[in-house]
Write a protein of this length. Sequence first.
Length: 118
Amino acid sequence: VQLQASGGGLVQAGGSLRLSCAVSGNPFSIAAYGWYRQVPGKQRELVAGISSGGDTNYADSVKGRFAISRDNAKTSVYLQMNSLKPEDTAVYYCNVAYGRAWIPLGAWGPGTQVTVSS
């Protein structure tokens, strides 16, 4: 599976960004996907996940601000990020996810950098 995240950038606190993840090489519609993020010196963490049926899961730190969605026809996954905070600054990655723990299964792509200025 190939995963290409895009849409990151520099934004002021309170602003919005929409990340996209183009997926290829797997049967897209039957898989679950997650958005993850990582800052230097810390472990990568799950931000949001979406099941094959559209059920969603969010980290407590982003609930009410972020929304994950998927488009099976475009084999893409999206992350709408609103009310961004400086602590959201990280490299964001998408991946195929498995189980209730949203275990990432694929090789990590390069990710997309999100920087939120105060």
